[in-house]
Write a protein that binds this ligand. Structure first.
Ligand SMILES: Cc1cc2nc3c(=O)[nH]c(=O)nc-3n(C[C@H](O)[C@H](O)[C@H](O)COP(=O)(O)OP(=O)(O)OC[C@H]3O[C@@H](n4cnc5c(N)ncnc54)[C@H](O)[C@@H]3O)c2cc1C
Ligand SMILES: *[C@@H]1O[C@H](CO)[C@@H](O)[C@H](O)[C@H]1NC(C)=O
Ligand SMILES: *[C@@H]1O[C@H](CO)[C@@H](O)[C@H](O)[C@H]1NC(C)=O
Ligand SMILES: *[C@@H]1O[C@H](CO)[C@@H](O)[C@H](O)[C@H]1NC(C)=O
Ligand SMILES: *[C@@H]1O[C@H](CO)[C@@H](O)[C@H](O)[C@H]1NC(C)=O
Ligand SMILES: *[C@@H]1O[C@H](CO)[C@@H](O)[C@H](O)[C@H]1NC(C)=O
Ligand SMILES: *[C@@H]1O[C@H](CO)[C@@H](O)[C@H](O)[C@H]1NC(C)=O
Ligand SMILES: *[C@@H]1O[C@H](CO)[C@@H](O)[C@H](O)[C@H]1NC(C)=O
Length: 499
């Protein structure tokens, strides 16, 4: 019996076991795949299926694929993409599985391509680049590179996947120096809809290179990303914690931090406030200086605000990243709003976060948790991205905030309540920023709810250029029609909520 109990214990942090389901067309495709590829195709009755189908950070993302294709080599992936296209079989693409939106990286009645074994990691010290397989987690990347005293402009959490984070453009601690994660990439290796393996960089397939910087899963299955490495390791930073009702003071300090002339690009921060969990979480500022210099002037506006605790110290970049606290809850939902700095707006944002009845509604469901996360992006970050060839996002080079409303809860019965309340909070913040002329249309893919319009937010010119690139590399719209999940270029809005 122990054999049967053990997987449950492991899975309890992730997803509950799904109901088995079948769809005739994908069943036949899965049998064919199994005949050709054997052990890397896992069907519903095979060992390993339960663990792999539930390997999502949030249970909201779990579905019951007809089978799971778990490639170990890129050549198999090329064969399978071709076969899925010729058999007209729907599929989903997953790297780190950290996207909480139902169906973005999972599927019912179709094939799940799980890329977690594409974990190539080649550091070329002479060229100053690292090739990162899409299946790596950022913690694996940073710990390997830190041994060589270098890092890359990747994610701010160790568990998150390289693939999804980069294709959503990715907020990174190095953004103010080198741009968003996608801006850093100098080469994408990608399996296209016809099964060919292509590269996209600034000399080959240059239009696709641009489109992949913001294009999500709309153009192909990316197998590896080449990132430049930087000699950054020893830092100063940590978490200063506050009572949640100090949020207005924190946002005043944040306004000063953001609007100082020539903001120091080595300084970066994140502010989190959780009124639903005022006593156990409260508010904190995670501040990081990318040099070993204590108490840099960039954070001066915060230094006079009294803390409840403070662990800022000299530490490595990886030590800082690994210390970021995440709650352990079964279900998550993200939603996002963007705006430029405006002091009176920040007062209104603090008021919405602390006092909105929608926040109380999230707090009142079983294990309800709501955190608002304030993430700055400076003008220098956008300029750095432009200098590297630019991306599809349509951002203007000025300071802005990418705010996330991060909600957690326990029961599927509350999915709708939490989603609707979180969207109301975002709508309230959007209305407030519009009234102050501080609204930014750009909707950050990596923090967006399934019903936010991400790609349309890049602007009509960028969208039409993306469609031109699509018609060249995927003329039959395979990644629109056969890959229903993720933020799509062709589909304006999704109406689908829970699994
Ligand atoms: C704890 C936590 C911390 C986070 N921290 C950050 C952060 O610091 N910065 C930030 O920007 N975001 C952050 N995020 C958001 C995160 O970037 C997104 O959820 C992202 O989608 C996760 O990538 P993944 O590979 O794990 O996701 P998955 O769920 O595997 O994939 C997400 C989407 O990308 C597509 N996709 C994935 N890989 C490929 C590929 N190789 N080819 C084509 N399409 C692909 C999938 O189809 C899906 O639509 C965080 C999320 C969590 C849960
Ligand atoms: C592919 O499947 C879809 C439904 O999933 C169907 O509408 C379409 O006609 C099919 N295409 C072909 C070429 O069979
Ligand atoms: C392949 O992935 C599985 C889990 O997804 C993991 O247990 C295994 O170690 C991986 N194998 C290799 C060679 O990376
Ligand atoms: C990394 O730096 C440390 C000290 O700064 C040094 O001792 C070590 O040799 C370096 N490692 C490599 C691989 O360069
Ligand atoms: C760009 O792609 C070409 C074709 O594959 C490759 O030869 C070249 O090395 C790539 N450039 C970079 C910077 O990766
Ligand atoms: C192209 O990329 C290479 C490698 O990253 C870089 O050295 C070169 O300056 C880039 N050229 C242009 C025109 O952006
Ligand atoms: C706070 O968050 C935890 C999860 O980390 C949750 O279980 C709890 O119910 C939340 N609410 C309160 C009031 O502590
Ligand atoms: C993308 O949008 C920005 C802002 O609207 C615009 O300046 C830029 O020219 C657009 N890029 C393309 C290629 O259309």
């Amino acid at each position: 019996m122990a054999l049967f109990i053990y997987p449950w214990a492991v899975l309890s942090l992730f997803c509950i076991l799904p109901q088995l389901s079948t769809a005739d067309s994908s069943v036949a495709t899965c049998q064919e795949l199994n005949t050709i590829l054997g052990s890397v195709v896992i069907e519903q009755d095979e060992p390993g299926y339960a663990a792999l189908s539930t390997e999502h950070w949030s249970q909201t993302a779990c579905e019951s694929p007809t089978c799971i294709f778990h490639p170990q080599v890129v050549g198999d992936l090329q064969k399978v993409v071709s076969l899925l296209v010729t058999t007209n079989t729907s599929f989903a693409i997953r790297s780190g599985g950290h996207d909480p939106n139902p169906g973005d990286a999972s599927i019912n009645d179709g094939v799940l391509i799980d890329l977690s074994n594409l974990t190539r990691l080649d550091y070329d010290q002479d060229k100053g680049v690292a090739v990162l397989g899409t299946g790596l987690r950022w913690g694996q990347v940073y710990s390997y590179l830190e041994d060589h005293n270098v890092t890359v402009g990747g994610g701010r959490a160790v568990d998150v996947g390289v693939g999804g984070l980069t294709l959503g453009c990715g907020l990174t601690w190095l953004a103010d120096l080198y741009g968003l994660a996608c801006d850093n990439v100098v080469d994408f290796e990608i399996v296209l809809a016809d099964g060919t393996l292509a590269h996209a960089n600034n000399s080959t397939n240059t239009d696709l290179f641009w489109a992949l910087k913001g294009g999500g899963n709309n153009f192909g299955v990316v197998t590896a990303f080449t990132y430049p490495t930087y000699p950054i390791k020893d830092c100063w930073g940590g978490f200063k914690r506050y009572s949640v009702d100090q949020l207005p003071d924190l946002l005043d300090a944040y306004y000063q931090y953001q609007t100082v002339p020539n903001k120091d690009p080595y300084a970066n921060l994140i502010i989190l406030a959780s009124p639903t969990n005022a006593t156990d979480v409260g508010a904190f500022v995670g501040m990081l200086y990318l040099k070993p210099e204590a108490n840099p002037a960039a954070f001066a506006p915060f230094y006079d605000i009294p803390t409840t605790s403070d662990d800022t110290t000299f530490q490595t970049l990886l030590e800082f990243i690994a210390a970021y606290p995440f709650p352990e809850i079964q279900r998550f939902h993200w939603a996002t709003s963007s705006f430029t700095p405006e002091q009176s707006l920040y007062g209104e944002v603090a008021d919405i976060i602390l006092n909105s009845p929608d926040v109380a509604a999230i707090g009142s469901v079983e294990a309800g948790f709501m955190a608002s996360t304030i993430q700055p992006l400076s003008a220098s970050a956008i300029e750095a991205g432009n200098a590297r060839g630019g991306n599809a996002l349509g951002l203007s080079a000025s300071a802005q905030t990418l705010l996330a409303i991060n909600s957690g809860w326990w029961s599927p019965a509350d999915d709708g309540t939490v989603h609707d309340a979180a969207r109301n909070i975002v709508d309230s913040i959007d209305s407030a920023s519009k009234a102050k002329d501080s609204y930014v249309a750009y909707t950050f893919m990596n923090d967006a709810s399934w019903d936010q319009q991400v790609i349309a937010s890049y602007g009509t010119d960028n969208v039409s250029k993306l469609k031109q690139v699509q018609s060249k590399y995927d003329p039959n719209l395979v990644f629109q029609k056969l890959v229903p999940g993720g933020f799509k270029l062709a589909t304006p809005i999704r109406t689908r909520g829970a699994c």
